[in-house]
Write a protein that binds this ligand. Structure first.
Ligand code: SAH
Length: 193
C-alpha cells in the first residue's frame, strides 16, 4: 500500500522527531507496541516514560519490551497520563522529542476502561508543555466505541485551537472509510516559536 495506515503514519511522524539518546513518552502504554517502538528509536542511551492506568497493560508491555527492546531504559508508570508532568524529572521537561497517544481501550482487555475526553485533554496540554522545540505529539483516536466520537472531537477541538505561531498541526483521516474511521492528529512544536 502506498498510503500509510493511521498507525504507520503515527510511527513515521514520531520516528522523525525522536533522536538517538533522547527522551520519549508513551501516554497510553497498552500492550507496549508503541513503547517498544519509541525505546528502539531513542536507543540504549535514551529514555522512555510510559503511562497506563491498568497493571494488566503494564505487565503485557513488560513482556513486549523484553522481547523487542531489551537494552532500552524504559520507566513504566502506573498512573493516568494527566499526571505526566509530575512524573518527568526536571531534566526531561522541555526535552521530550515524541509523545504518543493511542486512545480507547486495551486490545484484548476490558473494553469499559477507556481513555476519556477530559483527562486526555489535560494530558495533551501537559504534553505540549514538556515537548522540546521540533518535537511531536501523535494522537490516534477511535470512534467505534462508546464515547470514542466525543473524545475524537475533543482532541480535534484542542488541536485546532493551538496558536499557529507556536505549533504546526495535522489531521489525517480516510474520508471514504464508512464505519467509525480512526483519526490521527499530530502536533509539532515549532523550533522558531
Ligand atoms: N498503544 C497501545 C494501545 C493503547 S490502548 C498498543 O500499541 O498496544 C489504550 C490504553 O490506554 C489502555 O491500556 C488503557 O488502560 C489506557 N488508559 C486509559 N485511560 C488512561 C489514562 N488516563 N492514562 C493513561 N492510560 C490510560
Amino acid at each position: 500500500m502506498v498510503i500509510p495506515s493511521i498507525l504507520e503514519h503515527a510511527h513515521t511522524l514520531a520516528g522523525r522527531a525522536v533522536e538517538e539518546g533522547g527522551v520519549a513518552v508513551d501516554a497510553t502504554v497498552g500492550n507496549g507496541h508503541d513503547t517498544a517502538f519509541l525505546a528502539r528509536a531513542v536507543g540504549p542511551d535514551g529514555s522512555v516514560v510510559g503511562f497506563d492506568v491498568q497493571e494488566k497493560a503494564l505487565a503485557e508491555a513488560r513482556e513486549c519490551l523484553e522481547a523487542e527492546a531489551p537494552a532500552a531504559s524504559v520507566r513504566l508508570v502506573h498512573a493516568g497520563h494527566q499526571t505526566l508532568a509530575r512524573h518527568l524529572d526536571e531534566a526531561k521537561q522541555g526535552r521530550v522529542g515524541a509523545i504518543m497517544f493511542n486512545l480507547g481501550y486495551l486490545p484484548g482487555g476490558d473494553h469499559s476502561i477507556t481513555t476519556r475526553p477530559e483527562t486526555t485533554r489535560q494530558a495533551l496540554k501537559a504534553s505540549a508543555e514538556v515537548l522540546r522545540p521540533g518535537g511531536v505529539i501523535t494522537t490516534v483516536a477511535y470512534t467505534g466505541h462508546e464515547g470514542g466520537k466525543a473524545e475524537a472531537e475533543a482532541v480535534e477541538t484542542w488541536v485546532s485551537a493551538l496558536p499557529q505561531e507556536q505549533f504546526r498541526a495535522l489531521s489525517y483521516r480516510f474520508p471514504n472509510w464508512s464505519n467509525d474511521p480512526p483519526r490521527l492528529f499530530a502536533v509539532e512544536k515549532r523550533r522558531d516559536a
